[in-house]
Design a binder for this molecule. Structure first.
Ligand code: G3P
Ligand code: CA
Length: 356
């Protein structure tokens, strides 16, 4: 079996919204869902890709520039940025809204927690965030989140702004001649709105400052919140390719019913604004009657012209039904037919695709 693995220069796929509406309209009238490629104004996003989840975070503290450089050197196609805002409205690359689990904020600013005991990124100016050291993720009891990984508290890592990370990746793209992409997530946009901040506008401005404005540019913009992705597209008039992340309702990522996104009708709504979906592995692989089966999610998304990039493959946190990282890769890429994966261990994933 041949699995193609190449860089983003070959990757385009954005369906024009109007043509997709036309395709769905024909489906509604005739019951015939024509292949979306007939309506595509650009080629499919059809190469298999590896996305460095928060960098090579299985080896170095997540979202540090060191983790991003290591991922780049491992041969990934995209590097992920989770983005939140500082108090002075600077997009910074961090997964959590709070600083508790990945920095030494308690030591540096002991009196800056809110009543809930959390130190929120948005309560600190960038100059203050830069005074912190980033550490490998810890649990509430102070133990490492992943015991076999880079030890918390070692070495010195700093919080990076989105601009700094883009400059690093673009710099490496120039020096290597590659074209590695950004896979940027707008984190908890509704929460930012509640705090009086517009995260999406700030992220789009930064991306634009570095030349990312069109569907053909090497960025995928992801979010768990469908209302915000629609806003990005329709109110903020972004032409970037969008990816709808699919979570679990219990996570409270957004005011939406993720269960509905798995149906064909739900996916059709997503296909109007997004080029792809980012479900969890568990949305794609299920154990039924002792057998590992794939759901219809990948095929249904593909039928609508969308790519599928599940999260998150971790060699040190495998699903119970597999014995190895490679087995999980085989199930996802070969059995289920996904188009890419988010992984903390990009070297293993790149090696897997190269072996095919
Ligand atoms: O964004 C996709 C993947 O990163 C999963 O979400 O929670 O790790 O940002 P999260
Ligand atoms: Ca993410």
């Amino acid at each position: 079996m041949l699995i193609r693995h190449s860089i983003i220069s070959n990757i385009t796929s954005r369906l024009s919204t109007s043509l997709l509406y036309l395709g769905l309209g024909i489906w509604a009238i005739t019951g015939i869902l024509l292949p979306v490629s007939l309506f595509a104004d650009e080629p499919m996003l059809n190469d298999k890709i590896i996305i460095a989840h928060r960098g090579a975070s299985g080896y170095l503290p997540e979202h540090t520039l060191a983790a991003k450089v290591l991922a780049y050197g491992m041969g990934v196609d995209f590097i992920e940025q989770d983005v939140v805002l500082s108090r002075d409205k600077i997009p910074v690359v961090l997964h959590d809204l709070e600083l508790n689990a990945t920095t030494n904020v308690k030591q540096v600013f002991p009196n800056r927690a809110r009543k809930d005991g959390k130190f929120y990124v948005i309560d600190f100016d960038l100059s203050e965030l830069k005074q912190l050291n980033v550490t490998a993720r810890i649990r509430k009891n102070g133990n490492p989140r992943y015991s076999g990984r880079f030890p918390p508290g070692r070495s010195e890592f700093k919080i990076a702004t989105l601009s700094e990370e883009i400059e690093l990746i673009q710099g490496m793209n120039k020096s290597t001649g590659k074209n590695i992409g950004l896979y940027t997530e707008i984190k908890s946009p509704a929460w930012h709105h509640e705090q009086g901040y517009d995260l999406s506008t700030a992220v789009l401005q930064t991306l634009s400052d570095y030349g990312y404005t069109n569907a053909s540019d090497n960025v995928l913009l992801q979010c768990f919140d469908p209302a915000e992705l629609l806003r990005v597209k329709n109110e903020l008039n972004s032409n970037l390719r969008l990816v709808q992340l699919i979570g679990e309702n219990a996570w409270n990522e957004a005011d939406t019913d993720y269960n509905k996104m798995h149906s064909k009708a739900g996916l059709q709504k997503i296909a109007i604004y997004a080029s792809g979906i980012g479900p969890s592995i568990d949305h794609i692989l299920k154990v039924r009657n002792g057998e590992i089966q794939s759901t219809t999610l990948v095929k249904d998304a593909h039928d609508l012209g969308m790519v599928v990039h599940p999260y998150t493959l971790r060699k040190d946190k495998l699903p119970s039904y597999v014995n190895s990282f490679e087995e999980l890769m085989e199930l996802l890429f070969v059995k289920a037919g996904v188009d890419g994966v988010f992984t903390d261990f990009p070297d293993l994933a790149v090696q897997f695709l190269k072996s095919k």
